[in-house]
Design a protein around this ligand. Structure first.
Ligand SMILES: Cc1ncc(COP(=O)(O)O)c(C=O)c1O
Length: 418
């Protein structure tokens, strides 16, 4: 049995995984062109418009509006729909804070609905149960790149007259039942932050098939101007949320690489599913058969200490890290347990927060699937999936090595070190 790297043994892996973000000559050329053109702003630049056209076409959407971030995209989407004070928006609790904080930013209240443990996406039956007369919208996150159940969520949205928004920050290029995500619901919100599968360091996009909503988003991302209207005429309260020409140049170059990267991630994830899936105590997330393309922003598996001689998830992740595998345990707590919610550190008056009112008593919430996900999840970042078979083999070897050590009582230091 080999000694764990954590206990002085040699690590399974000394080489780094493929780097992220990536760039090549095309990015350098595109950036140089923008620099030399002297046109760096979206206000008069052609690249932002070209990016919007190409991003919309790639995601089967008729409109796209480029913004400064995924968070801003969510806020503007909610504002475009007129969601505000006194309204409720149903969100999952297993997601990045922005999904829920965007709702607070428009003075509406996030209402958390539990996730499915199969995919970590919001569970349609939990959404249905969370609807109240105040519910105005549902934000479904395509978590880790796996599309949320857009069939059932779409059906609930139509039947109950509640708008469906897609938080597609993890899901560039994902396809649900033959349709790219992002304009299946009323609006799709995207992030180009540095870790994302398409990136310009920071940035965002809104996609939609609704031309009235597109026009509203267009205006809201640019000081409330009318698209094509006079420069100094402002119709809505808003600010400057425009992407730059430099960011658009990077994104146009990245968009060219995206389809091939998606294929590589899909191949690697299927390989890991089959290899890791054979290891007791490791359970890769499921893939809904209606998912034609999973964009794998994260590779996620569920960890059961039983298969690892009782080794805690934290110790397991630490041991993997020492073996050279960049695993993490993801979100430590459900969003409703973040201080922002537990301490009600938001404008409770503006949002109409009522402590006596069930769905928004954050301190008392305990959504079992999400609680469990926070306890048992292990994430691998998307760039490891861009590696080759030997990179993937190192992951499996490291997991097996840690398991063997843990089962033989070695790794006890790892188990106890908290
Ligand atoms: C699911 C999700 N939604 C929204 C965002 C916010 O995007 P941004 O960082 O571009 O504001 C992120 C992450 O950054 C995210 O992971």
């Amino acid at each position: 049995m080999s000694t764990l790297a954590l206990e002085g043994g040699s690590p399974v892996r000394m080489r780094p995984f493929p780097e992220w973000p990536v760039h090549d000559e095309s990015d350098l050329r595109a950036l140089r062109e923008v620099l030399e053109s002297g046109t760096w702003s979206a206000a008069n630049g052609p690249r932002v418009r070209e990016l919007e056209r190409r991003f919309a076409a790639y995601h089967d959407a008729s409109h796209a509006v480029a913004t400064t971030s995924g968070t801003v995209s969510l806020v503007l989407a909610l504002r475009a729909l007129g969601v505000g004070s006194g309204d409720e928006v149903i969100v999952p609790p297993y997601t990045f804070m922005a999904t829920a904080s965007a709702v607070l930013e428009v003075n509406a209240l996030p209402v958390f609905a539990d996730i499915s443990l199969d995919t970590y996406c919001i569970a349609p039956d939990a959404v249905e149960a969370a609807i109240t007369p105040r519910t105005r919208a549902i934000i479904a996150v395509h978590f880790g790149g796996h599309p949320a159940d857009m069939d059932q969520l779409g059906e609930i949205s139509r039947r109950r007259g509640i708008t469906l928004i897609e938080d597609a920050a993890h899901a560039h290029g994902a396809v649900w039942a033959g349709r790219k995500v992002g304009a299946i619901g009323a609006l799709g919100c995207w992030s180009f932050q540095a870790s994302k599968n398409l990136t310009s360091g920071e940035g965002g996009m809104i996609t939609t098939n609704d031309s009235a909503l597109a026009e509203r988003c267009e205006s809201l991302h640019d000081f409330g101007r009318s698209p094509g209207g006079p420069w100094y005429e402002h119709h809505f309260l808003s600010g400057n949320h425009r992407l730059t020409e430099l960011q658009s140049a990077l994104l146009l170059a990245g968009l060219e690489r995206l389809p091939e990267q998606i294929e590589r991630r899909e191949r690697s994830a299927r390989h890991l599913d089959s290899e890791l899936g054979r290891i007791e105590g490791v359970r890769p997330l499921e893939r809904d058969p209606r998912t034609d393309v999973h964009s794998h922003h994260l590779y996620i598996f569920r960890y059961d200490p039983e298969g690892f001689g009782g080794m805690s998830r934290e110790a397991f992740v630490r041991a993997l890290n020492a073996e050279g595998i960049p695993a993490s345990s993801g979100y430590p707590v459900p969003l409703y347990r973040q201080p922002l919610f537990e301490e009600l550190a938001f404008d409770t008056r503006a949002t109409g927060y009522d402590p006596a009112y069930g769905p928004t008593q954050y301190g008392r919430l305990e959504l079992p699937q999400c609680e469990r996900a926070c306890r048992e999840t292990v994430w691998l970042p998307q760039n490891v999936l861009l590696g080759d078979e030997s990179d993937l083999a190192d992951i499996t070897s490291a997991v097996r090595k840690v398991q063997e050590a843990a089962r033989h009582g070695s790794g006890s230091r790892a188990t106890s070190a908290h």
